[in-house]
Write a protein that binds this ligand. Sequence first.
Ligand code: KMT
Ligand code: NI
Length: 172
Amino acid sequence: MKAYFYSEDPGDQREDHDSGHPVSTHYLSQLGVLYHHCPSVSAVDQIASERSYRNRDEIIVSPEKMGPVYEEKVRMFFKEHLHEDEEIRYILDGNGFFDVRNASDEWVRIRLEKDDLIILPSGIFHRFTTDNKNYIKAMRLFKDEPKWTPLNRAPELEKNPHRKSYLQDKSP
Ligand code: KMT
Ligand code: NI
């Protein structure tokens, strides 16, 4: 895992966009974003059981697996959105970036690799992309039925109860 402020330099979303300003796991935790290195699935099982997660699946995001819809999917994952549930992802292979907004609405980019597990709190604005190798295999964990409906950023979302409670939790 490597986290840093996102640089808005031109170029594809899959490039690094590394501003050279790193971000610590402590900083991430202040945004409610929790990182764990999980060298084995049993470490994942423990986190899942502590947080009452009962279900999981695996997804491969790649042109080989998704065919002609790949580019469209990658663009869709990269639309800024929030969820009304936590989002937990455990990387099994390949790489990808989760970008999350800080309190000043700046993007923090989190580069994930194999054995990285990330927990995004409900109500945080974020987006996802593969990197320029175009391959990631990830486990998606969910409590019961998946509630992954992305709510794309829009002014009226500031009234969403999950958004409001996120902002309340994170205010200093
Ligand atoms: C997400 O949350 O955008 C995804 O599930 C993308 C694939 S998982 C790395
Ligand atoms: Ni999401």
